[in-house]
Ligand binder design. Structure first.
Ligand SMILES: [Mg+2]
Length: 161
């Protein structure tokens, strides 16, 4: 089933040494928007840089393959110390295959990680690689939390008047 991820997790922070061992994964091809950062955000989400460092300590080769432009991908990838392929055209496989060749890792042991079934999962499956679907980091959720915080602050102030 080409639309079905091999593994479905909440976010990349769930990937640790035991996870990789259990699923026989040595290397990661990572989506950028909504997988490592909010869509278009100039910085990664909380915990991502530290997680990347942990993966590097474990010796996990990683590369970003994004459908977004180099203008978007290059600055954040550089900040995170990751090599990248922009204009990846997922679910087409050339971008993914180019990254795999660069990594020089085993196709069956290199996972394609992303938040979208029709690009990341489909692309990885078409390339014959294991796929990991993550829940997208949603801007809406952050806006909601900000509103909630504001509401809480209003109540808090009122109570303290
Ligand atoms: Mg994405």
């Amino acid at each position: 089933m080409l639309f079905k991820p091999t593994i479905w997790i909440k976010n990349v922070l769930c990937i640790d040494r035991d996870f990789l061992t259990e699923h026989g994964i040595d290397a990661l091809i990572l989506d950028l928007d909504n997988t490592l950062s909010l869509h278009g955000a100039p910085a990664a989400e909380q915990g991502i840089p530290e997680w990347l460092d942990k993966m590097r300590e474990l010796g996990v080769p990683m590369m970003v393959v994004s459908n977004n432009t180099a203008k978007r991908v290059a600055p954040l990838a550089a900040k995170l110390g990751l090599d990248y392929t922009a204009n990846g055209a997922k679910p087409l496989t050339p971008g993914i295959n180019r990254a795999l060749k660069k990594l020089g890792t085993d196709r069956k042991r290199t996972a394609v990680v992303g938040d979208q079934i029709f690009t990341d999962v489909l692309g990885g499956n078409l390339a014959g690689m294991p796929t990991i679907l993550v829940e997208p980091f949603m801007l809406e959720k952050n806006v909601f939390f900000r509103m909630k915080r504001k509401a809480e602050n209003l109540v808090f102030r009122r109570e303290n008047r």
